[in-house]
Design a protein around this ligand. Structure first.
Ligand SMILES: [Zn+2]
Ligand SMILES: [Zn+2]
Ligand SMILES: [Zn+2]
Length: 284
């Protein structure tokens, strides 16, 4: 087994010497074209808690987005992901007074599970787990270049039908009814997340999580208990509302030579829509 991350993750990202097209492995988001903020810079304040672990009564981090984790276990409170829009999660960061064991520090610890990239029967590479994963556990980030809307659009329009579409658009409420969108493209720079396949009945859920930067990390958590050797999948539409349902575009439209590249879905779920989600708002 080979470590795809080449030592950059705490835990190796294993594969059995698969031929993987070149990309730069990076565990965290990087600043891409059109993104005005370097995601590695500290742009958020910290809390002034002096306890080992923060509590919602006194912690400014926990009060900003509301507690995201079930505090004793550091598992995501999955009830908060039920709404159409994702609400923001603010973890404690380097400026906070609490200790490293604060229960509001989860995604920042990075990959902690043994995952394997493997060749699926029909969908190219995929990711499976080499250990059981309890519901609510942080699994991995979907990291890549953070790009502007215009750059995401340009890249998507320049894609050929054969290329994988990796760009994920995540929409969040930004207060007063406005909406912020974050575009992450792990095609050239990315982490293990770029190998996850889409499923219409996924076992991971994507949640935008902020640690020290206003740029969110796209964190994937187990939406149910997952068995050893199961393939890990998420819904490429992010479950964040604005994506068009598959029926919105006909096969004829999808097959137009210059039309948006609509790709078939072969996830095999009972409720499969037949097509991969495509964020048409990028293309309009
Ligand atoms: Zn804290
Ligand atoms: Zn605090
Ligand atoms: Zn804090």
């Amino acid at each position: 087994m080979v470590d795809l991350s080449d030592g950059l993750e705490d835990v190796p990202v294993l594969h059995k010497d698969l031929k993987i097209p070149t990309f730069k492995y990076c565990p965290d988001n990087v600043q891409g074209p059109g993104c005005g903020v370097d995601p590695s810079e500290v742009t958020l304040p910290g809390c002034s808690c002096v306890s080992r672990s923060c509590c919602p009564e006194s912690c400014s981090c926990l009060q900003t987005g509301g507690p995201a984790y079930l505090s004793a276990s550091a598992l995501l409170d999955l009830n908060r992901t039920d709404s159409d829009y994702s609400s923001p999660v603010f973890e404690c960061n380097a400026l906070c007074g609490c200790s490293d064991t604060c229960s509001n520090r989860v995604v920042q610890k990075g990959l902690q599970l043994r995952l394997e990239i493997f060749r699926t029967s029909s969908r190219g590479c995929g990711v499976r787990t080499l250990q059981q994963i309890p519901r609510g556990t942080f699994v991995c980030e979907y990291a890549g270049e953070v790009v502007s809307f215009a750059e995401a659009r340009r890249r998507q329009l320049n894609q050929s039908a054969e290329e994988n579409n990796y760009i994920i658009a995540v929409m969040e409420h930004a207060g007063s009814g406005s909406v912020t969108k974050t575009f992450v493209d792990p095609t050239r720079v990315g982490n293990v997340g770029r190998f996850l396949n889409h499923s219409c009945q996924p076992n991971l859920v994507m949640v935008p999580v902020r640690v020290h930067s206003v740029v969110p990390r796209l964190a994937l958590f187990a939406s149910r208990d997952i068995r050893t050797e199961e393939e890990l999948t998420f819904d490429y539409s992010g479950g964040c509302g604005e994506q068009q349902p598959a029926e919105a575009m006909t096969v004829a439209e999808a097959n137009r030579p210059n039309g948006p590249q609509r790709k078939p879905c072969s996830c095999g779920a009972n409720n499969c829509t037949g097509f991969l989600p495509l964020d048409l708002s990028i293309l309009s």
